[in-house]
Design a protein around this ligand. Structure first.
Ligand code: IPE
Ligand code: IPE
Ligand code: MG
Length: 255
């Protein structure tokens, strides 16, 4: 059942869905007097480790922010380096992910990408579509505002064609039109690199996520850093608007 209407998550000590803003690649490279692209390349190593670790820990879904709709504003040379890295990384990694039973999906507006990149994306999704392991969602040319507007457009189209009525629009219905609607909402949001902001990531889906910010730069982020985030998460009390007292009473009533 979807996260926004699924309060059973209160009792979970392990997140079902983790969302990550993988930030700090540029600063990691700067510190080493390397070009920013070297930081992005090093970041791929962390991504691989974290994906594998999540799969091993039986996390249901991992959604990673690879390229935001605002990242087109970066210098042309950095954008080109990132696009080239996406193609080479997807090509090199997808077979390994498939062997690990990972189901890969991309969210965001892919139409702005080169044909080559769009083909790699489509191939990766098709190859892994039936896999029953970790759901790995890669946000590429993704923006949370775009996602919400896109949902509005689809619903407006349905109203126009008399497939639905305005009265039928509620949060659950709206939710079915945004990205990742087939998954529970992220329980845990992690941002590396020290900034404490969402940067237009999953603005609708993160409404009730636990937010974890860490100074570690993404290329330095490893398995034990994820474990630290998981330990922190296990200590949260997710109240979903209720009081702590109510949750305690519910727990007593269950046992
Ligand atoms: C995140 O690292 C990766 C992308 C945005 C593609 P940055 O490149 O933003 O790294 P910093 O924030 O400049 O250190
Ligand atoms: C967010 O990081 C996007 C990704 C990690 C892909 P940015 O580094 O682009 O975020 P801002 O612009 O500093 O907020
Ligand atoms: Mg950044």
């Amino acid at each position: 059942m979807k996260g926004i209407i699924d309060n059973t998550a209160t009792e979970q000590t392990m997140p079902r869905h983790i969302a990550v803003v993988m930030d700090g690649n540029g600063r990691w490279a700067n510190k080493r007097h390397l070009p920013r692209a070297a930081g992005h390349k090093a970041g791929v190593g962390s991504t691989r480790k974290i994906v594998e670790h999540c799969a091993k820990k039986n996390i249901e879904a991992l959604t990673i922010f690879a390229f935001s709709s605002e990242n087109w504003n970066r210098p042309k040379s950095e954008v080109s380096a990132l696009m080239a890295l996406f193609v080479s990384t997807i090509t090199a990694e997808v077979k390994k992910l498939h062997k690990k039973n990972v189901c890969v999906k991309f969210i965001g507006d892919r139409t702005r990408f080169s044909e080559k990149l769009q083909n790699s994306i489509n191939d990766a999704e098709i190859l892994t579509t039936d896999n029953s392991g970790l759901h790995l969602n890669i946000a590429a040319n993704y923006g949370g505002r775009w996602d919400v507007v896109n949902a509005c457009k689809q619903i407006a189209e349905q109203v126009k064609n008399n497939k639905t009525s305005i009265q039928d629009i509620d949060e659950t219905m709206f939710d079915s039109f945004v990205s990742l609607s087939e998954l529970p909402a992220p329980d845990l949001f992690i941002r590396t690199g020290g900034e404490q902001r969402i940067s237009n990531f999953l603005i609708w889906q993160l409404a009730y996520s636990e937010l974890y910010f860490v100074d570690t730069l993404w290329p330095d982020f490893a398995e034990d850093d994820l474990d630290a985030a998981l330990t922190w998460y296990a200590g949260r009390q997710r109240r979903f608007g209720k009081t702590g007292q109510q949750l305690m009473e519910e727990k007593v009533a269950e046992n």
